[in-house]
Design a protein around this ligand. Structure first.
Ligand SMILES: Nc1ncnc2c1ncn2[C@@H]1O[C@H](COP(=O)(O)OP(=O)(O)OP(=O)(O)O)[C@@H](O)[C@H]1O
Ligand SMILES: Nc1ccn([C@@H]2O[C@H](COP(=O)(O)O)[C@@H](O)[C@H]2O)c(=O)n1
Length: 241
């Protein structure tokens, strides 16, 4: 039965009370995106890759010639992002102003710029509503850094997926080599550690496991093993049809 007493002052999650949300947070390269995609496909849930929104803010600022240290201008850009996510092949194409920017978005310099703009409180606030609007029946899988702690505190199932920095750098190397791109292990590892440091120590919504999250360390687990553990936990938390 729909909730009867909701109005515009009601916390947002009351209006979406019957829609299950699964959050996956963790550091860069832990496997959040892959696990999120697998779960969303298997459960036929919607998918939010929240990192894409911070990457888009950084990319849009770069395309407009705006310095990414200018918090106010980047926040204005974040509020007005014209973004859509279109299913494409095995994944999702990210469109900015109608253009497919998926490849540009994955570049490591955009990841680093995203990490810088993500530390600005007004940029984070600008993206909150957009992220919460992803909650739609039959359910949502959301991955990022603060999904379980800040954006969806009401989520039924919260996973914190982590792995050793060196393991994550190995995986990123392989990912780049498989895509035929040049990769420098020392630089990748340094960037991963710098991003961990930025994301964990910022004043707003730092990278942290929500107290009620299941922590999975994927360092010595295959993707299949991570998926099985996650699904076993989700089945305990959410009634799946
Ligand atoms: N448990 C695992 N075993 C082997 N490879 C893995 C594992 N988890 C992830 N990978 C691989 O590591 C790479 C990075 O994974 P993925 O993009 O899912 O990480 P992420 O946490 O979403 O990173 P980011 O936050 O930077 O987007 C991918 O090539 C993926 O296939
Ligand atoms: N909920 C989130 C998601 C991401 N960020 C920041 O964006 C950067 C890029 O994220 P990816 O997941 O695409 O690698 C990331 O380093 C974070 O700084 C965030 O702050 N909150």
């Amino acid at each position: 039965m729909p909730f009867q007493g909701a109005n515009s002052l009601t916390p947002f999650w009351i209006n979406t009370l019957s829609i299950p949300v699964i959050t996956i947070d963790g550091p860069s390269g832990a496997g959040k995106g892959t696990l999120g995609l697998w779960l969303a496909k298997a459960l036929k849930f919607h998918l939010l890759e929240s990192g894409a929104l911070y990457r888009l803010s950084a990319l849009a600022a770069q395309l407009l010639g705006v310095d990414d240290s200018d918090e106010q201008q980047v926040a204005d850009i974040s509020k007005q992002l014209d973004v859509s996510f279109i299913p494409k092949g095995d994944g999702v194409a990210v469109m900015l102003n109608g253009q497919d920017v998926s490849a540009a978005l994955r570049q490591e310099d955009i990841g680093m710029a995203a990490s810088r703009v993500a530390a600005f409180p007004s940029v984070r606030s600008a993206l909150v509503e957009c992220q919460r609007n992803f909650v739609k029946a039959p359910g949502l899988v959301a991955d990022g850094r603060d999904m379980g702690s800040t954006i969806f505190p009401q989520a039924e199932a919260k996973i914190f997926l982590t792995a050793r920095a060196e393991t994550r750098a190995d995986r990123r190397m392989k990912q780049l080599e498989d895509a035929g791109l040049a990769a420098d292990y020392d630089k990748i590892l340094a960037d991963i550690k710098a991003r961990d440091e930025n994301d964990s120590n910022r004043s707003v919504s730092p990278l942290v496991a929500a107290p009620d999250a299941l922590v999975i360390d994927s360092s010595d687990l295959s993707l299949d093993e991570v998926y099985d553990k996650a699904l076993e936990y989700i089945r305990l938390k959410i009634q799946l049809s």
